[in-house]
Design a protein around this ligand. Structure first.
Ligand code: ATP
Length: 236
């Protein structure tokens, strides 16, 4: 089976995320897409995040109608004997270990069938930082990447974002500068599929700002998620 793994903070999940998952699913025939909210994202540690339970609940609501979209507990807080504190914004959670995608990928592989093929779904803004990820080269060995492009990014930006050991030489990538980030990039040690711009400008930051100022969220999220945010008083 082709399995998609889509990680992020999902604070909150929005239509941009769902559009990415749908496009990847359609194009690469993904039998299932796991949406994996990170308990402690290694790259966003300075930003105060909503508690995991809320981010997970919103994902469960957003994916409820899609049989093959699975809200995942792969990066849920570790059981420590301490109940999860719903309103604990940071301190206790921050003492736990960050969730590294390579560990999640390996855990997912162990739980699945050996001939499953794993696709890591990611937006271009996050992919731009991929070389800094923990065991980045190993991640490219373990799975193929599906990168959602954004306007203004070229194929050279994609190639140059790779960890140094996988990055093509500058004379190879120079002609890529004029090419839009679409199609497939198949290199020794990395396969990257590029999704054309999804034209879904939703962003979690904009949603949090809209919620804080009491604006309607209907443009960015489906009704059950908007209602959850309102009921629980998130982002006030
Ligand atoms: P924030 O504004 O809080 O940084 P975000 O939605 O950009 O939120 P995440 O929830 O961590 O951040 O995003 C998860 C993944 O979804 C990332 O790979 C990101 O690049 C991608 N993504 C986010 N928004 C969009 C969008 N509108 N279209 C396509 N991909 C997106």
């Amino acid at each position: 089976m082709n399995i998609g793994l889509f990680g992020g903070t999902f604070d909150p999940v929005h239509r941009g995320h769902l559009a990415l998952a749908r496009a990847a699913q359609e194009q690469y025939k993904l039998h299932r897409v796991h949406f994996v909210p990170a308990n402690i994202p290694p790259h966003k540690q300075r930003q105060p995040l909503s508690p995991f339970v809320h981010r997970f609940a919103m994902l469960a609501l957003a994916t409820a109608e899609e049989k093959t979209f699975v809200p995942s507990l792969l990066e849920a807080p570790e059981e420590s004997g301490v109940p999860i504190r719903i309103n604990a914004r940071t301190s206790k959670d921050r003492e736990e270990k960050p969730n590294y995608t390579i560990d999640t990928v390996r855990r997912l592989k162990q739980s699945g069938k050996s001939n499953d093929k794993l696709f890591l779904l990611i937006g271009m803004d996050a992919f731009a930082e991929i070389a800094k990820w923990h065991q980045a080269e190993a991640l490219f060995r373990e799975c193929e990447f599906v990168v959602a492009s954004r306007p203004g990014y070229s194929l050279a930006d994609v190639a140059n974002a790779l960890p140094e050991s996988l990055r093509p030489r500058p004379e190879v990538t120079r002609p890529f500068q004029k090419q839009a980030a679409t199609g497939d990039l198949v290199l020794a040690g990395a396969t990257i599929h590029l999704l054309a711009d999804l034209r879904q400008p939703a962003s979690a930051t904009a949603i949090r700002q809209a919620a804080a100022s009491g604006k309607s969220l209907g443009r960015f999220v489906d009704a059950p998620v908007a209602e959850y945010i309102r009921k629980m008083g998130l982002y006030k």
